[in-house]
Design a protein around this ligand. Structure first.
Ligand SMILES: Cc1cc2nc3c(=O)[nH]c(=O)nc-3n(C[C@H](O)[C@H](O)[C@H](O)COP(=O)(O)O)c2cc1C
Length: 212
């Protein structure tokens, strides 16, 4: 059976980082999160290790605590924004939107923290780092696609990892479990998201010889 390409391509090309359009007032059901996690587990993992773990936070007090920790990342956003040339309006919009999320993370109805059982050793070679993160990022993206196809949205964020131990303390996450991201998840206000402007594939792809 063939796929409906117009629908799969629409899903792949319009799954955006959603921040201001997250509906903070509508709760997210456990079952929809579990359905999306179930789908995410069809993603590949290095050596079929399947060491993914998912921490879902629905409790309001814990979300607030994590939101406060995430808000400490303002310094990183401010520093990064200061480097962006004034004429790069798209990136300025991203940082403005990221700044909004810094102030509202704790109000998002579901905070989802994809984790890996085991930690990346300090100074791990590129191959090991790729195999480690590569065993969770495809699942995260599948999770985000599954959310989008159900009328929900999210943003892949990593700022909380600078304060990983503080987040672990709030949620009793053990030391040998590595957090990989923090995904704020909510139904979206409207479902019409646009295709983003990206470089044409011909500009970033080489065939047979680098640069050709
Ligand atoms: C590895 C990674 C880390 C990211 N970290 C953050 C973050 O900490 N905070 C945030 O608001 N967005 C974060 N983003 C989202 C990006 O800003 C967003 O994907 C990018 O601006 C492109 O927008 P689009 O996903 O809507 O196309 C991250 C994305 C990736 C892939």
């Amino acid at each position: 059976m063939s796929f409906d390409l117009s629908e799969t391509d629409r899903l792949l090309s319009t799954t955006r980082a959603v921040r201001r359009r997250l509906d903070l007032d509508r709760p997210v059901e456990r079952d929809v999160l579990l359905d999306c996690i179930r789908l995410s587990q069809q993603a590949p993992t290095a050596s079929n290790t399947q060491q993914w773990r998912w921490m879902v936070v629905l409790d309001a007090a814990k979300r607030k605590a994590i939101g406060e920790i995430y808000g400490r990342g303002k310094q990183f956003i401010d520093q990064a924004k200061a480097q962006v040339p004034e004429e790069d309006a798209q990136t300025h919009r991203v940082y403005d939107s990221a700044g909004w999320l810094l102030d509202h993370m704790g109000e998002v109805p579901a905070l989802v923290i994809p984790c890996l059982q085991g930690r990346l050793p300090e100074g791990a070679p590129n191959g090991m780092a790729a195999a480690t993160y590569g065993s969770i990022f495809p699942a995260m993206w599948s999770f985000q696609l599954a959310l989008r196809s159900r009328g929900l949205g999210s943003t892949l964020t990593t700022i909380s990892l600078f304060f990983e131990a503080d987040v672990a303390k709030v949620l009793d996450i053990p030391d040998d479990v590595m957090q990989v991201a923090l995904l704020p998840v909510a139904y979206t206000k409207g479902t019409d998201f646009k295709v983003a402007v990206r470089p044409p594939p011909e500009e970033i792809t080489s065939f047979d010889t680098w640069g050709s």
